[in-house]
Design a protein around this ligand. Structure first.
Ligand SMILES: [Zn+2]
Length: 254
């Protein structure tokens, strides 16, 4: 099996064309034209993740967040990103990223998140941006649901914006930077909208709009690791698919 076969499978299920214009998905470093026995799946690509890939002798790393996102003007190996690129090339490891194409695809990020939270009657949250999901659960007190979300998605530090003492029945979710879809969550009457990257001023707007929001950060998207690994193992029983054990979440609770 070649790395290109794995990537072809990924692109059948999470077509690159789905990605937003501003995104940078697909092959980031290296060549897909080589035999592939071990694949490492990760949310982010850090120095530690590349060290892990080297130790596992992985030929292919699949990440959700692209390593190269904004244009880079050099690959100076003193810079963190340059060093990672150099390490990958040195060890002949290819890096492939499935980002917003994975977020938007059927069976991708938001479907996985919705399934993990046990949402029912799951539908598209934002028709304009084609992203996010919403669905229903049996009514549960807000505090209990937040505890459940933190446990289920391994969220260390969720931040809540909204009213207390309410019950949650309709839940909206958009993994990652979903601040732009708060309005969609409100139009779909979500009792609670889960997303990451909610800035102070967006939080103020949410309060003003009366939309309850739980900021779960980007690390909730680490579900990418288990979800992609599960599906690749089904599709390629002969390939050793590993989930990165590195906790790349840059935030620490203090
Ligand atoms: Zn993200």
């Amino acid at each position: 099996m070649n790395a290109i076969d794995v990537v072809k499978w990924l692109e059948t299920h999470f077509p690159k064309e789905l990605a937003y214009e501003w995104d940078n998905v697909g092959l980031q470093v290296g060549s897909l034209n080589r035999r592939c026995q071990t694949v490492l799946v990760t949310l982010d690509v850090t120095k530690e993740v590349v060290e892990e890939a080297v130790a596992l002798k992985a030929e292919l790393v699949i990440s959700h967040h692209p390593l190269i996102f904004k244009p880079i003007y050099n690959v100076a190996t003193e810079s963190p990103r340059g060093r990672v690129i150099a390490q990958l090339i040195q060890h002949k490891i290819a890096l492939y990223s499935a980002h917003t194409n994975y977020d938007l695809a059927e069976g991708g990020m938001n479907d996985e998140l919705a399934a993990a939270l046990g949402l029912r009657e799951v539908q598209l949250l934002d028709e304009t941006d084609r992203i996010g999901r919403y669905g229903t659960i049996d009514p549960v007190p807000l505090e209990d649901f937040i505890a459940f979300v933190q446990r289920t998605l391994n969220v260390k530090d969720a931040r809540y914006i909204g009213r207390s003492g309410i019950n949650i029945r309709t839940v909206g979710i958009s993994g990652g930077s979903g601040s732009n879809h708060v309005g969609a969550a409100q139009r779909k009457n979500c009792d609670l909208y889960l997303t990451g990257d909610v800035t102070y001023h967006t939080a103020l707007d949410c309060r003003q709009m009366g939309q309850n929001v739980l900021d779960i950060g980007h690390y909730a998207e680490a579900i990418f690791k288990t979800a992609i690994a599960r599906r690749l193992r089904e599709a390629f029983p002969d390939i050793d698919v590993r989930e990165s054990a590195v906790d790349t979440d840059p935030y620490r609770r203090v």
